[in-house]
Design a protein around this ligand. Structure first.
Ligand SMILES: NC(=O)C1=CN([C@@H]2O[C@H](COP(=O)(O)OP(=O)(O)OC[C@H]3O[C@@H](n4cnc5c(N)ncnc54)[C@H](OP(=O)(O)O)[C@@H]3O)[C@@H](O)[C@H]2O)C=CC1
Ligand SMILES: O=C(O)C1=N[C@H](C(=O)O)C[C@H](O)C1
Length: 233
């Protein structure tokens, strides 16, 4: 398959290595000053850039009718508009806050644990996420997806980066430390004990492999999908 990389930073370079090892060809590596139409020679574009660039990039890719895998985080509020554009242009998009198999299994575990904890009010839920100091968004996209997975069973309305006594709000502590690839924990704390579930990424390879698998999967499909669809979870 011919792949165009939109964004050639930490993830773009890791995706190049994984994609090449699976027999794919990288036919374009686009930075912020390049013309998006260079990606038209590819079967699929893989977009990992930044929160301030992603919407413009997705608009251009979809209007050029290039099937796209998007891993950039920080654009949840615009998902409906982008999805409508994908449908209108009869294009295809896979988006995910986290493409790794391990985190997608962790998403399912989070939902099951939240359903189990929903009747035990003595436990207060909270979360933390730890990432490298170059990360632009907080909380991480993965932390927001984890919140979405527990909010209904636990009757929560929103998340906050600050500590709060509002019982409907889940506190997410966003910690930045040198070179951390991505660690997410969910805590259920009572006066007596604490239950914790945690996912730790040891490298970026899991994210990149998932993005390449999503690119292989989307080839020939139309519509808007997530990694849950790709993995059949
Ligand atoms: N869904 C997932 O599984 C994962 C998602 N992510 C997300 O992916 C995004 C990128 O992460 P990462 O690779 O670590 O970040 P980096 O900062 O290492 O790389 C981003 C690259 O995109 C480039 N870029 C910025 N704007 C544009 C543009 N308009 N067109 C083309 N290239 C552009 C940047 O160039 P410049 O230096 O000029 O700004 C930079 O080279 C983040 O939002 C992150 O949260 C990360 C890991 C996994
Ligand atoms: O910026 C990163 O590095 C990561 N971003 C994603 C997120 O915001 O959840 C996924 C992963 O945690 C790494």
């Amino acid at each position: 398959m011919k792949i165009a990389l939109v964004g050639y930073g930490k993830m773009g370079k890791t995706i190049e290595r994984l994609a090449t090892s699976r027999g794919h060809e990288i036919v374009a590596r686009l930075g912020r000053n390049d013309q998006m139409k260079q990606a038209q020679i590819a079967d699929v574009a893989i977009e990992f850039t930044s929160p301030e660039s992603v919407l413009n990039n997705l608009n251009e890719l979809i209007k050029l009718n290039i099937p796209t895998v998007c891993g950039t985080t920080g654009w949840n509020d615009d998902l409906d508009d982008i999805s409508n554009l994908v449908i209108k242009e009869n294009c295809s998009l896979v988006h995910a806050s986290n493409f790794s198999l391990g985190v997608n299994l962790f998403f399912e575990l989070n939902k099951k644990l939240a359903a189990m904890m929903s009747t035990f009010n003595e436990y207060k839920v909270s979360m933390n996420e730890i990432h490298h100091t170059e990360k632009k968004d907080a909380p991480s996209g993965t932390a927001i997806t984890l919140f979405e997975g527990l909010k209904d069973p636990l009757k929560k309305t929103n998340w906050s980066l600050e500590q709060t006594n509002d019982e409907q709000i889940v506190t997410i502590d966003a910690i930045r430390e040198e070179d951390v690839k991505g660690t997410h924990s969910i805590f259920y704390s009572s006066d007596i004990d604490e239950i914790e579930i945690k996912h730790t990424a040891h490298s970026r390879d899991g994210f990149a492999l998932g993005a390449v698998i999503a690119a292989e999967w989307i080839h020939g499909k139309k519509g808007v999908f997530t990694m849950k669809d790709v993995l059949g979870l």
